[in-house]
Design a protein. Structure first.
Length: 364
């Protein structure tokens, strides 16, 4: 598995489970004041699932998020429908009730609010973790936090779970004009672009769905993709739709084409048709997202450049930094598809069991 920690002879993993009292001493009785046993960074589904698991294991915990509850889902397209079924979005055993086969974004937001209330989860909003470090030789973590309004504070914990996902970090094109106000790496809704020229860049689900939504709302859409064809992972009911719209010309397709620069009124392209300029009142650069590599590296997590992907133990989700764990989409690297809510929601239970076992070793 990419990012997996190599095993020692005999089958044990590098950081498998504080194998004795020696390592249990990391949780020294004279440690400085701390907030809780485990600090969970990220209030998305994976972070909430980890909090529920910690609570069930009898661990004290706190969830921190730089925004609000399930901020990533909130930033999904307004009318988005999930690819999965509701039971695969459930966490903590709380039923996700919906009359639809596939739940909507609005229903998911309502469900995760109910999760937080039902389990009375401790969540601190508007606290952005900018650094993860050891507070002292005993191994207690100190999290450096920037609060809303520019304030700062530090929280301490015996273990840390980074469940920061990847949706906050778009894959930038690095072209002039990418920062202009009519350019976005997130798609919300089509109405403002009625009868306006729009350029969508990308060739996977997000780009295909945005292009179709804009087209059906009356926008004049051009889809630009650097490859010769659309991605094979596009939802099975979306792919023939977008391919047919391109074939009939109602959505213009520009393949094997890249963006050179963006101006307030146009997008400059380079491709088989040479250097061209397209008018654009809106530009959506839907080219994917990635974990916050800078935060991970500041925390001491080893990043395998071949992925890139963080290195961690696939059995415990522990990184090369003892007692620093990863949960959810942050383990996926640049290719987010393998880890979504369906499987990321299970990471927290395994992590919480490891932390509880280590605390028991210390208390004996």
């Amino acid at each position: 598995m990419v990012g997996a920690v190599p095993r020692r002879p005999g089958g044990s993993t590098r950081h498998a489970a504080f194998a004795g009292r020696e390592q249990g001493r990391r949780y020294h009785g004279s440690m400085p004041a701390r907030d809780c046993d485990v600090l969970i960074v990220g209030a998305g589904p994976a972070g909430l699932a980890a909090a529920i698991a910690a609570k069930r294991e009898g661990l004290s915990y706190l969830v921190l998020d730089k925004g609000g509850l399930v901020e990533g889902i909130y930033r999904f397209p307004r009318n988005m429908v999930f690819f999965t079924t509701p039971e695969l979005l459930e966490i903590g055993g709380l039923p996700f009730v919906t009359p639809f086969e596939k739940p909507t974004r609005v229903e998911a937001l309502r469900y995760y609010r109910r999760v937080a209330d039902t389990f009375e989860l401790a969540v601190a909003f508007d606290e952005e973790v900018v650094g993860v470090r050891r507070a002292d030789a005993d191994g207690v973590f100190a999290l450096d936090i920037r609060t809303r309004g520019g304030g700062a504070r530090t929280r301490h914990g015996r273990a840390v779970v980074l469940a920061t996902g990847y949706y906050d970090q778009p894959n930038l094109l690095g072209v002039p004009g990418e920062e202009l106000p009519h350019v976005s790496h997130y798609y919300s809704e089509p109405h403002p672009f009625y009868r306006r020229p729009v350029v969508v860049v990308g060739g996977k689900n997000s780009a295909a769905e945005a292009a179709l939504d804009l087209h059906r709302a009356g926008a004049r859409v051009t889809l630009v993709h650097r490859e010769a064809a659309l991605g094979g992972s596009i939802k099975y009911w979306v792919k023939p739709d977008i391919e047919n719209r391109i074939a009939e010309g109602s959505i213009r397709g520009r393949f094997e084409t890249v963006v050179r620069r963006i101006t307030p009124a146009s997008v400059h392209l380079a491709g088989p048709e040479g250097d061209t300029e397209l008018p654009a009142d809106g530009v959506f650069l839907l080219t994917g997202y990635h974990p916050d590599w800078a935060l991970l590296e500041r925390a001491g997590v080893v990043i395998d450049p071949a992925g890139p992907v963080a290195r961690y133990d696939p059995e415990t989700f522990e990184t090369d930094v003892p007692n620093l764990f990863l949960a959810g989409g942050v383990v996926s690297g640049r290719t987010a598809a393998p880890v979504f809510i369906e499987n990321g929601r299970t990471h927290g239970a395994r992590i919480a069991r490891v932390i509880r076992a280590r605390l028991q070793v210390h208390s004996e």
